[in-house]
Design a protein around this ligand. Structure first.
Ligand SMILES: [Zn+2]
Length: 184
């Protein structure tokens, strides 16, 4: 299947008899985004900003890797580029925001540089609502997700960092994903 043919309304299986929603073999849950504002607040209450960043990033990376495996199993994309395309398409359908692939350099081996411009990030909106303007990008879960998803697709050790963020007043959130050792 092509990413552009995805219709999540048809792919999700709602099973209220058993209290489950599934996408293939992967169980999903629906819950209100306001809980994420509370989660940010609690993480900052019990730790500091770097600790909150690490927790959310790792959560996102696990989520991204799992979602990439589900896409491969359920939709069998024809190649890596099509597999990659399911990432932003799913994010759009899931309601987390509106990602746009701004650029991609990939040579089929270890050269990889992906730039995503992301509008309507639910995390940036929740951070602003609950905590207020941020001094650094705060969509750590999305950065983790993009890095995890791309690492799984391309078989590379990729790391994604957010460089601009709506929560700190930028016009959109920008994510750059490239090999981990290139960030050092
Ligand atoms: Zn952001």
């Amino acid at each position: 299947m092509k990413a552009s043919d995805l219709n999540l309304k048809e792919s999700l299986n709602f099973d209220p008899t058993n209290g489950k929603i599934t996408l293939g073999n992967s169980r999903m849950v629906l819950f209100g985004v306001e809980a994420f504002g509370e989660l940010y607040q609690e993480l900052l209450n019990i730790g500091d900003l770097p600790a909150a960043r690490v927790v959310m990033r790792r959560f996102g990376a696990a989520n991204g890797r799992e979602r990439a495996r589900t896409v491969k199993q359920e939709f069998q994309p024809a190649d890596k580029m099509e597999w990659l395309a399911f990432g932003p398409t799913l994010h759009t359908w899931e309601g987390v925001g509106l990602p746009k692939l701004a650029s991609l350099e990939y040579d089929g081996a270890s050269t990889f540089n992906l730039v995503v411009e992301f509008r309507h990030s639910y995390l940036a909106e929740e951070f602003l609502r609950k905590i207020g303007p941020a001094s650094e990008p705060v969509c750590w879960q999305l950065a983790g997700y993009i890095g995890g998803y791309c690492s799984e697709v391309f078989g590379l050790n990729l790391f994604c960092r957010e460089t601009t963020c709506i929560a700190k007043g930028d016009p959109c959130c920008t994510f750059i994903c490239k090999p981990q050792d290139e960030w050092l």
